[in-house]
Design a protein around this ligand. Sequence first.
Ligand code: 13P
Length: 252
Amino acid sequence: MRKTLVAGNWKLNGSSELNRGLIAGITAGLGAASGGEVMVCPPYVYLAAVAAQLAGTDVLLGAQDVAAEDGGAFTGEVSAVMLADIGCSHTLIGHSERRTRYGDSDEVVAAKFRVAQAAGVKPVLCIGETLEERESGVTMEVIGRQLGAVVDAAGVGAFAAAIVAYEPVWAIGTGRTATPDQAQEVHRHIRSIIAGADAKIGAELQILYGGSVKGANAAELFALEDIDGGLIGGASLDVAEFLAICKAAAGT
Ligand code: 13P
């Protein structure tokens, strides 16, 4: 039985004061919504402070990205070893905003996936097609290419210690969620790619859905066979919405 995970990707938002309020609200409210895993992914600069605030709770801490290199002359980067050092158990890798705006190619994403795993930080590999790709009917090819690049570089065995997040780019921050059928179809495809190489790893892989998830649509999405929780952007900055999503996940 796969656990559900609800992960809040705070993106480029937050402040010391706002974060304190968010964490206090989430941890206080979660008592009633326990049953699934919950994670927050603040900007790098706040990770250590949020780690301290989360001490003694079950809420997991993730980064939003990681350097592809281990260390050295890479100004501005943060390594996976550093993330592990300050208490991050997970990191997002290959978010579409990194792929489209900061040049994270499939190869760079695969390198980041490998360095994160080597440091004991579990990668949450984000994949998803653009609207143009969906409308041209190449969604499954795009998913296959993005996932295949990491399978080729790290081996399918690496997915025993990784999470995949399907985030259709056209659903991110648009209010336009994938329909349950659209989401389930891609999730099943992702699982079948991994299961085709290793049935057990495929069956146990957590696959999250991301893209305009909110309290009102979470339960319907999380009830689907191959959806094991969500990666939440905007709604993760609102305590009541985020808790409603966590509750929906705990109920599935
Ligand atoms: P929204 O929930 O704001 O659509 O963002 C999704 C996302 O990109 C999470 O990583």
